[in-house]
Ligand binder design. Structure first.
Ligand code: CTP
Ligand code: MG
Length: 225
């Protein structure tokens, strides 16, 4: 397959505050990791799946992925290091890479397909990120909490994953990556390549805080989707 998907699941989930790494926390009886590949399994073309997990959970990971073919690799101390570890084990056949947060366990399949199609339409030269309009009013403030200005919301987008790239672009970005960023597209942009936004989805929220887990439980309830 020419599409490779790196699911990063190696974080500890500090903000969620559970005693197992976040991707291994259960929502409605199944792990976040297991749920995060439901949509990937439904992509209408073959994809190569790489799952990046904490080193001590490499052996336990396949039970969360049922019969889906995959490669498991140990992640690093930062998300960026975990993505880099995933990039290293992609097969030579892959020429388009998606990077997805396992913590976005409910991303619908059409977001994956939209990102893949947009990367292809960019003929090897663009990155693609899913994003949503920002609904809150956003203000800039200084270190003392004094408001400086209101930021024009119409020019903002709240960024999600999967983020998609021609493999060569992402590999180059990671080869040259300096200090840690939480966003793969930022690295690609630093190289001077355009990054396009396609519509994301509300269900693609990142399970981050305990409240997000409640929302996840609602989505996981029978009949919710
Ligand atoms: N991630 C990773 N390796 C890391 C850090 C993060 O693979 N060293 C992954 C997480 O597993 C998650 C995604 O990157 O799927 C987004 O990160 P985040 O939501 O911040 O997860 P955590 O880092 O685990 O959470 P926290 O920041 O609260 O500790
Ligand atoms: Mg984190």
């Amino acid at each position: 397959p020419s599409v490779g998907i790196i699911v990063v699941a190696a974080g500890s989930g500090t903000r969620l505050g559970r005693n197992v790494p976040k991707a291994f926390v259960e929502v409605g009886g199944r792990s976040i990791l297991s749920r995060s590949i439901d949509s990937i399994r439904r992509i209408s073309e073959p994809v190569e799946l790489v799952v990046v997990v904490p080193a001590d959970l490499v052996g336990a990971t396949s039970t969360h992925l049922s019969d889906t073919p995959h490669v498991v690799v140990a992640g690093g101390a930062t998300r960026q290091q975990s993505v880099a570890a995933g990039l290293e084990v992609l097969s030579d056949a892959v020429d388009l890479v998606l990077v997805h947060d396992a913590a976005r366990a409910f991303t619908p399949v059409d977001v994956f397909e939209r990102v893949i199609a947009a990367v292809r339409s960019g003929a090897g030269a663009i990155g693609v990120i899913p994003g949503l309009p920002v609904t809150d009013t956003i203000k800039g403030r200084d270190a003392d909490g004094v408001v400086q200005q209101t930021i024009d919301r119409s020019r903002l987008t709240a960024v999600q994953t999967p983020q998609g790239f021609p493999r060569a672009l992402l590999a180059e970005a990671y080869a040259r990556a300096g200090e840690d960023v939480t966003d793969d597209a930022e690295l690609v942009q630093q190289l001077g390549h355009p990054v396009h936004v396609v519509p994301g989805d509300e269900r693609s929220f990142k399970i981050t805080n305990p409240h997000d887990l409640e929302r996840a439980e609602e989505l996981a309830a029978p009949g919710a989707r």
